[in-house]
Structures are given as C-alpha cells and as structure tokens.
Design a protein around this ligand. Sequence first.
Ligand code: B1M
Length: 213
Amino acid sequence: MSKLNEISTAVETGKTKLIAQLVQDGLDAGEKANDILNAMIDAMSIVGDLFSRGEIFVPEMLVAARAMQKGVEVLKPILAGEGSVSLGKCIIGTVSGDLHDIGKNLVSLMIASAGFDVIDLGVDVPSEKFIETIKANPDVKIIACSGLLTTTMQAMKDTVAAINACDVKGYKVMVGGAPITQAFADEIGADAYAVDAGSAAVKAKELLAGAVQ
Ligand code: B1M
C-alpha cells in the first residue's frame, strides 16, 4: 500500500493513535504536505458516503474527524509557511447550529498563512457573536463564515444579513463549505465564495485589494 493510501485508510478507519506517525513517515518519504492533506480530505468524503449509506454512524464519523485533526496538526507548520507581514484581521467561524470545524480550521490556517491575523470564533457561532467581535475589532478586513449542513444554510443567510446590517463598515464577507455555492453566496449578499481553503486565502487577499466585487 502506498504511503498516501495508508494515511487515507488510517483516517477513514479512525486510527487516531497511528495517524501522526503515518503522516510524518509520509513526509519523510518525500510525499508533499498538500498531497497528504488531499488524501485525508478524500478519506473524509468516503466517510461521508459511508454515513449516507447507513454503513457507519456518528461515532465513526467523529473518530475519523479526530484522526484527520491529528494528521493536520503534523502538517500545520508546513502548510502555514512563514508569513510575517500582517494584512489585517479576519474573523472566522462556523455558523449557528453547525459543529463541523475541520474545513473551517483549514481555511483559518490558510488565511493566517496568507498573512491575516485570524480571530477564530469556533463552531456554532450565533450572528450576535460575529457582530460583537466585529464591534470589538472595527479594523477587521474579512469576515469568513463556514457551513457544512444544508440545514444551517439559513443560519448562514441570517448571519450574513446581520453582518451586512452592522453599522461598522470597511470589511468584506466570504462564505464557504460543502453545500455553499457561488449562486447562494450571491443570493445572500456575501462579497465572495471560496470552494476550498487554498482559494479562500487567495480570495481573502483579492477582497483586500478590492479585486472581487
Ligand atoms: Co457531519 N455531515 N454531521 N459530522 N460530516 C456531513 C457534512 C454530511 C455531508 C455527511 C453525509 O451525510 N454524507 C452530512 C450533511 C448532509 C447535509 O446537510 N446535506 C452530515 C450530517 C448529516 C451530520 C449530522 C446531522 C449527523 C447526525 O447527527 N445525524 C451531525 C450534525 C452536527 C451539527 O453540526 N449540528 C454531524 C456531525 C458530524 C461530526 C461531529 C460527527 C463530524 C464533524 C467533526 C468536526 O468537524 N470536528 C462530522 C463529519 C466528520 C462529517 C463529514 C464526514 C466530513 C466533514 C469534513 O470534515 N470534511 C461530512 C461528509 C463530507 O464532507 N463529505 C459530514 C473534510 C473537510 C476538509 O472538508 O469541511 O467540506 P469541508 O471543508 C472544505 C470546503 O467545504 C471548504 O474548504 C474545505 C477544504 O479545503 N470550506 C470553506 C469549508 N468552510 C469554508 C469557508 C470558506 C471557504 C471554503 O470561506 C469562509
């Protein structure tokens, strides 16, 4: 089995104690950090499909998520790079009712590595918390909202509406997550949509430069 397959299988089967060493072995064997990350993301898709088919349940999904988080910890210093110039603040959170944070954490990592100072509000973040944090940080440049559930798309819509109605101005709002699309982002009045963590970092910089409407 190749190193990447081994890593992917270990995430899929929730090998939380083995994964860090396997990821390190992969790096030592010359695998690229991004390829290892993609192998782990692919594993989570398989886990999602198994869950959809009723072949696994929430505890198995949770243990796979823990394994992925431990694997990402090993990659973090490599993925984060060495950015030292601050481009400004970015507030990020997973919207109300939604507990998924692996994708949000990756977006946070990539945006931080692009040079932003990230204020991570965590998961299940009510719109009031976003507003309170914006008011405490009126120089914020980017607000990033993540959502993984179709059932929390309404919370994403309400959050963006509340942020857009906030009397502090001068920032841009970016949304993303598996069920979110560019059309949905446009519909709810977000300034930008990004499909994955890498493009979220690129979009954040473009937003700062006023390149994305
Ligand atoms: Co949940 N879950 N889950 N889950 N879970 C999904 C999302 C699901 C698709 C699985 C499935 O049925 N196939 C499904 C949603 C279905 C739907 O809404 N249509 C689902 C469900 C149903 C549920 C529960 C309702 C299950 C239940 O209790 N019956 C429940 C809901 C809990 C809640 O949130 N209130 C639930 C719970 C959980 C766990 C807690 C067990 C666990 C999360 C643990 C954690 O995050 N710490 C979990 C997991 C692990 C998943 C899957 C398997 C994997 C998610 C993941 O981490 N993917 C997921 C299936 C899947 O995604 N295929 C699933 C890897 C991650 C890197 O990708 O998060 O998509 P992702 O992030 C991507 C992009 O989306 C993007 O960038 C990232 C990659 O670079 N992105 C952004 C994300 N945020 C962004 C923000 C941006 C830009 C890009 O800008 C701001």
